[in-house]
Design a protein around this ligand. Structure first.
Ligand code: DQA
Length: 142
């Protein structure tokens, strides 16, 4: 079974970008750890990143069309703005797990609303790179 791991804007700069908030691991480091854990769980990972909202929407549709078991979605700042992502998640039956490195509720007010979270199956946030691994554990249980 395939798990899509979709990453939104600015996450290509992970490791360099505000490391005091997001940590020093790169997205490739996280992908390596997810691959290891997925193998142990009998799952496969398809990890992607885009700075473009429409790519994330196309990939959500693709997750459904390809029969993926679940999607882990860190939509970056689109989390807080994108009704189109909200609609896309609601448009598919594939379960979507919202992931964040930081805990948006402990940060600026503008991060307290999550359109992704309103449509997602559940949310894991605040554990740094480990948020992805915890979300994978949750996906394995679905
Ligand atoms: C983030 C949290 C968002 O508020 C922010 O815009 C990001 C990263 C996280 O993983 O902590 O880009 O999704």
């Amino acid at each position: 079974p395939m798990i899509f791991v979709l990453n939104g804007p600015n996450l290509n700069l992970l490791g360099l970008r505000e490391p005091e908030i997001y940590g020093s691991d790169t997205l490739d480091d996280i992908a390596d750890r997810l691959d290891d854990r997925a193998q142990a769980l009998g799952l496969a990972i398809d990890m992607r990143q885009s700075n473009h909202e429409g790519h994330l929407i196309d990939w959500l549709h693709e997750a459904q069309a390809s029969g993926a078991k679940a999607v882990l979605l860190n939509a970056g700042a689109f989390t807080h703005t994108s009704i189109a992502l909200y609609d896309a998640i609601r448009s598919i039956t594939t379960p979507v797990i919202e992931v964040h490195l930081s805990n948006p509720h402990a940060r600026e007010e503008f991060r307290h609303t999550s359109w992704v979270g309103r449509a997602a199956k559940g949310t894991i946030s605040g554990f740094g790179a480990a948020s992805y691994l915890l979300a994978l554990e949750a996906a394995a249980l679905l």
